[in-house]
Design a protein around this ligand. Structure first.
Ligand SMILES: NC(=O)c1ccc[n+]([C@@H]2O[C@H](COP(=O)([O-])OP(=O)(O)OC[C@H]3O[C@@H](n4cnc5c(N)ncnc54)[C@H](OP(=O)(O)O)[C@@H]3O)[C@@H](O)[C@H]2O)c1
Length: 386
């Protein structure tokens, strides 16, 4: 039996985690967790969370009414610290489905306390990949299982073949909501169009990142840290149907693909069962009904954000923190109608250009750089409006 702390319980991944746990009550209990402010969603989920005892809330002002409504649950705010929900109640597994930089601290906290970390929050690895790896080395009894579907597939594939036999890896990309538009046609696209992803139902931030292709850039960075592969061995391939999540090319030229219904409960189950296959409720992929699979070459001119991510990874160090913070701010500004879609990459490029790199850094340094980059991004966004 694993006692789980579920971070981001009201989100798209969080709800899928609750669904997997609900189907396997003999193996998992969600004893603690967090969300930001979505009390309506929390109220709907509570009936599936019989073991929940401690919850941290991003929006402090909601705590008094939550305490009244749920007297058997202890509620905390950010100032109390993630320690209150992670280092308690015999938690042995943390599922991090927070969005953004917010996820890095609890990821490091989990590793440093020798816990099992099931990681959906890719930004933890984008911003702090080297810190995460250093801490995993110092805490060998902690383990990290990726939840991102592409990385879950790669984890499965790479674990079954010798590294010496592998030539390179492929991460697939649906192409996002605007895959059939040219770069020039992006000028006046709307938020509603951007949120209409062709193959996945996800939170709004990652859906916009998928449309700009920053999400795929993040996934390249994630793969670089998770699988210790040189950047020139990591390829991105457009694949319309999102049924093949990743491939590995062997040194003899053969390709091995991992294919599954595009449903996050499959990678979530594989992570919760610590890298083991377990039955899921996901409808099986009916191969006879798939008419065809399409692949296209990634065009870097069409997706400048992907290039920015590659560039930041080549430069490394604190550039990756700037990449993430400027993207979070620009992504949010687009969702709030303060920025045009094709200006997102301009904000990120400008912050990366201005950055004075720092070679050695701690979590606190990243926190400072994240904060400064957000201020700088907001100024750039303001200026672009005029
Ligand atoms: N969705 C997918 O299918 C998918 C696939 C692969 C990887 N991922 C990755 O998984 C992560 C989560 O994605 P998602 O789509 O599930 O996001 P989401 O739907 O936006 O959910 C985010 C969750 O984090 C909570 N949260 C946000 N800011 C917080 C804060 N400051 N303090 C406490 N809680 C906070 C939200 O609470 P509220 O609901 O109260 O705002 C919500 O529960 C991202 O890193 C994403 O890239 C997602």
């Amino acid at each position: 039996m694993r006692n789980i702390c579920l971070l981001g319980m009201t989100g798209s991944i969080g709800k899928n985690v609750i669904d997997v746990v609900k189907s396997n009550p003999q193996d998992f209990k969600i004893v603690s967790g967090c969300f930001n402010s979505n009390v309506d969603e929390f109220s709907k989920l509570i009936k599936y969370l019989p073991d929940l005892k401690k919850v941290l809330i991003g929006e402090k002002s909601l705590i008094p009414s939550l305490k009244n409504q749920y007297p058997n649950i202890e509620f905390y705010c950010k100032d109390d610290g993630y320690e209150k929900i992670i280092l308690t109640l015999d938690v042995d597994m943390v599922v991090n489905s927070l969005v953004g930089f917010e996820g890095l601290y609890p990821s490091l906290l989990s590793i440093n306390n020798d816990l099992i970390l099931c990681l959906a929050n890719k930004e933890s690895l984008v911003v702090g990949g080297s810190l995460v790896l250093d801490n995993l080395k110092k805490h060998p009894s902690s383990r990290l299982y990726p939840i991102d579907s592409e990385h879950s597939s790669l984890y499965k594939l790479l674990n079954h073949y010798s590294k010496d036999d592998i030539d390179s890896i492929y991460i697939t990309a649906s192409g996002g909501s605007f895959r059939d538009l040219t770069f020039d046609q992006l000028e006046n696209v709307t938020l509603e169009q951007a949120l209409n992803h062709p193959s996945w139902k996800m939170g709004s931030k990652i859906t916009i990142d998928s449309a700009t292709m920053m999400n795929k850039g993040f996934e390249v960075i994630e793969a670089y840290y998770l699988f210790s592969l040189p950047l020139d061995k990591i390829h991105v391939l457009l694949h319309d149907e999102s049924l093949i999540h990743a491939l590995i090319r062997m040194k003899d030229g053969s390709l091995i693909a991992d294919m599954a219904t595009n449903d996050m409960r499959i990678p979530i189950s594989y992570a919760l069962y610590e890298g083991k296959y377990h039955s899921t409720n996901v409808p099986k992929l009916d191969l006879e009904s798939i008419l065809s699979l399409h692949f296209r070459k990634m065009d870097p001119e069409r997706y400048p954000s992907l290039n920015l991510a590659y560039d930041a990874l080549r430069k490394g160090k604190t550039y990756l923190c700037v990449l993430n913070a400027s993207n979070e701010e620009a992504n949010l500004a687009f969702r709030e109608g303060r920025l045009k879609f094709n200006q997102i990459e301009k904000v990120v490029a400008s912050c990366l250009n201005n950055h004075q790199v720092e070679d050695n850094f701690t979590y606190q340094d990243l926190q400072r750089i994240d904060y400064q980059t957000r201020l700088e991004s907001r100024k750039i966004i303001e200026n672009l409006k005029q």
